[in-house]
Design a protein around this ligand. Structure first.
Ligand code: ADP
Length: 221
């Protein structure tokens, strides 16, 4: 008989580097997590961290049915390297009727297949992290978060031309097409930015806007 699944339970299949970081963070956020991995050593390693951990081959629909996989509202397929296992596991979860399936893809073609078999969300951790690091590396950006295809939120040191004058005075919005959302004065805590805010050279600001405009702004001298 299927186990009874708590409402905020998440099924995480594959406890490699990505899956285990995800499962541990979900635990910290207060979710019940059932972790599944085919490797007994990995299952052993996580025995104390997660709500439940089971050794099983997730490509086998009968096995997943018995684990109560179909009772979960959310599941993550965190198998990347083994394409066949990733695709089969995703299709098994679709067949069991899990309503919110997240799957990790290594490449675009892999991701497209996962979408076709019915994954509701496909994530590309290596690709996304590569892009993020490129942004962090190439300018004064401290954090770069792409919120949408063309929209980004960036944490950075203020470019020289807006330092020492109010945001109203430097007209960042009309001149650069971005909005300064928050500011963290040197040694202080983050607070909302206003028209009167005067960024200092060692402050940190958070800026939102179209990706291109935000990148141009971050590359100002
Ligand atoms: P990462 O790059 O995040 O470490 P991997 O793809 O290398 O991801 O690891 C995926 C994990 O999924 C491994 O721990 C592996 O044992 C597990 N795994 C692979 N195939 C299956 C399967 N059929 N059923 C359950 N777990 C699997």
């Amino acid at each position: 008989m299927a186990r009874s699944v708590p409402e905020d339970g998440v099924l995480v299949i594959g406890l490699g580097r990505f899956g285990s970081a995800l499962a541990e963070t979900l635990m910290e956020l207060g979710h019940d997590v059932l972790g599944v991995d085919a490797d007994p050593r990995i299952v052993q390693d996580h025995a104390d961290d997660l709500t439940h951990v089971l050794e099983a081959d997730a490509t086998d629909i009968e096995v997943l049915r018995q684990l109560g996989a179909g009772e979960f509202g959310r599941a993550v397929v965190a198998i990347g390297t083994d394409l066949e296992a990733s695709i089969l596991t995703t299709s098994v979860l679709v067949e069991l009727g899990v309503p919110d399936i997240w799957a990790k893809a290594i490449t675009r073609p892999h991701g497209r297949i996962l979408e076709r078999v019915g994954a509701h969300h496909v994530v590309y951790p290596e690709h996304d992290m590569g892009r993020r690091v490129a942004h962090l590396l190439s300018g004064r950006m401290i954090e770069f978060v792409q919120l949408d295809e063309g929209f980004a939120l960036v944490e950075l040191r203020p470019p020289r031309q807006i330092v020492g004058r109010s945001l109203a005075d430097s007209q960042v919005r009309s001149r650069h097409g971005i909005t300064v959302v928050s500011i963290k004065p040197e040694g202080g805590a983050f607070t909302y930015a206003t028209q009167e805010t005067v960024p200092g050279p060692n402050d940190i600001i958070v800026v939102a806007g179209e990706k291109r405009r935000v990148e141009d702004f971050a590359n100002l001298g």
